[in-house]
Design a protein around this ligand. Structure first.
Ligand SMILES: Nc1ncnc2c1ncn2[C@@H]1O[C@H](COP(=O)(O)OP(=O)(O)O)[C@@H](O)[C@H]1O
Ligand SMILES: [Mg+2]
Length: 246
C-alpha cells in the first residue's frame, strides 16, 4: 500500500483537481484498489467525484480514538475508487490532531492498509499540524506550484522546514501547475528554476472537471491535459514501485 499526498501552502493551485484525477488513474488505469481521502473541510475532492455532503457533518468523528474510519468509506461511481469524504466538521482538524497525538493520521492509514493499494490524500492549503501528520504518513508528497519565481523559493522553504522537523521525510515531487506556454514568464520559469519538474498545463478542460464533477481522465481521456496527467501518473507509479522495492 502506498500513501500519496497532494499538498501545498497555497490554495487554488490545482491540488484537488489533480488529487481526483490521480486517484481515478490509480484505480482505472493501474487497477489498484484506491481511496481518495478528502482532508479539506471545503470537501472539493468529494464534489469532483459527484459526492454530496451529508446533512449532518460528521467526518471529524473518524479521527477520535473510538472513531471507525473504515465505516466512513464510501464507494464512488468509478470502479475501484472509494472516497473518505470531508465536510465542515474538519474545520478545526489541525488543532484536534495536535491533541490526538502526532501519529493519529498515520494510524488511520495503517487501519486502511488491508483494504487499499493506494491512498491519495487531498490536503487543504497551509502548513500546520495536519500537514506534519500527512508528511509522517505519506510515501510521496506531490506539491503543485504555479509558474512563478516564487515557486522554487517556497519549495526550498518547505524542504528546509521538513528537514528541521522530520528526521527523515518522504520524497517531495514538485509539479509545475497551470502552465501556459504562451506566457513568457511561464516559459522562463519552466526553463530555469522548474526545469525537469513534471508539468500540468493550464487547461479549460481541467476546469470542466468541477462542472462535470468527474476526474479529467474519466471524461476527456484523449485531451492534451489528460496526456500530461497520464505521464505524471506513470512517473508516480514508477517512483512508488522503486520505493517499495528498496
Ligand atoms: N490545470 C488547470 N487548468 C485550469 N484550471 C484549473 C487547473 N487545475 C485546476 N483548475 C481550476 O482552478 C481552481 C482551483 O483548483 P483546485 O483543484 O480546487 O485547487 P486547490 O485544491 O489547490 O485549491 C478550480 O476552479 C479548478 O477547476
Ligand atoms: Mg483543494
Amino acid at each position: 500500500m502506498a500513501v500519496i499526498a497532494i499538498a501545498s501552502v497555497k490554495g487554488g493551485v490545482g491540488k484537488t483537481t489533480l488529487a481526483a484525477d490521480l486517484a481515478w488513474r490509480f484505480a482505472a488505469q493501474g487497477g489498484h484498489r484506491t481511496l481518495l481521502w478528502d482532508l479539506d473541510p471545503q470537501a472539493g475532492a468529494g464534489f469532483l467525484l459527484g459526492h454530496d455532503e451529508p446533512a449532518v457533518p460528521r467526518a471529524v468523528g473518524m479521527f477520535q480514538r473510538e472513531g471507525r474510519p473504515r465505516q466512513m468509506v464510501e464507494p464512488t461511481v468509478h470502479p475501484g475508487l472509494h472516497l473518505l469524504p470531508a465536510d465542515a466538521s474538519l474545520r478545526n482538524l489541525p488543532i484536534q490532531l495536535a491533541r490526538l497525538g502526532p501519529r493519529r493520521l498515520a494510524q488511520i492509514t495503517s487501519l486502511l492498509r488491508s483494504d487499499f493499494d493506494r491512498i491519495v490524500l487531498d490536503c487543504p492549503a497551509g502548513y500546520n499540524e495536519l500537514t506534519e501528520q500527512v508528511i509522517s504518513a505519506a510515501d510521496l508528497v506531490i506539491v503543485p506550484l504555479p509558474p512563478s519565481p516564487l515557486s522554487a523559493r517556497s519549495l526550498d522553504q518547505l524542504r528546509r522546514e521538513l528537514l528541521r522537523i522530520h528526521h527523515r521525510h518522504p520524497p517531495i515531487l514538485p509539479v509545475l501547475s497551470m502552465y501556459n506556454s504562451r506566457r513568457p514568464l511561464h516559459r522562463e520559469v519552466a526553463k530555469s528554476s522548474a526545469q525537469g519538474w513534471p508539468t500540468i498545463p493550464y487547461s479549460a478542460q481541467m476546469e470542466q472537471s468541477a462542472v462535470r464533477r468527474e476526474p479529467l481522465g474519466a471524461f476527456a481521456p484523449g485531451s492534451e491535459a489528460s496526456r500530461y496527467l497520464g505521464r505524471l501518473w506513470s512517473g508516480i507509479e514508477a517512483k512508488i514501485g522503486k520505493r517499495h522495492a528498496a
